[in-house]
Design a binder for this molecule. Structure first.
Ligand SMILES: [Zn+2]
Length: 102
């Protein structure tokens, strides 16, 4: 998909945020299986579900993290980045959206 297509889709009201394309220089995020968690998970931000992979910025108790949901023909595969402080994970979220981290 070209840059112009990306801009067009961003302008469409039916779409929410899309992540920018990753590159060779993107910092790899250490995605791991979702751990058992007693706290309620609140989704603070999310990317558009028109894409095969959807990301969610989550808060559970005192920790924040990002979830990656890979949608497919079978059950979705859900993984998380290591939890961290709100400030650090918000920065990582911004890097993910801009393609700096993936
Ligand atoms: Zn979309």
């Amino acid at each position: 998909m070209g840059y112009s297509d990306y801009m067009l889709m961003e302008a469409d009201d039916h779409h929410s945020r899309h992540v920018a394309p990753a590159s060779d220089k993107s910092v790899p995020i250490d995605w791991m299986p979702v751990p058992p968690r007693a706290e309620l998970v609140r989704v603070r931000d999310y990317t558009c579900d028109c894409r095969e992979t959807v990301y969610e910025l989550c808060q559970a108790g005192g920790v924040r993290f990002i979830r990656r949901i890979k949608q497919g023909d079978r059950a979705p595969v859900v993984e998380e980045c290591p939890t961290g402080r709100a400030h650090d994970i918000d920065n990582l979220w911004a890097q993910l959206l801009s393609g700096v981290a993936r």
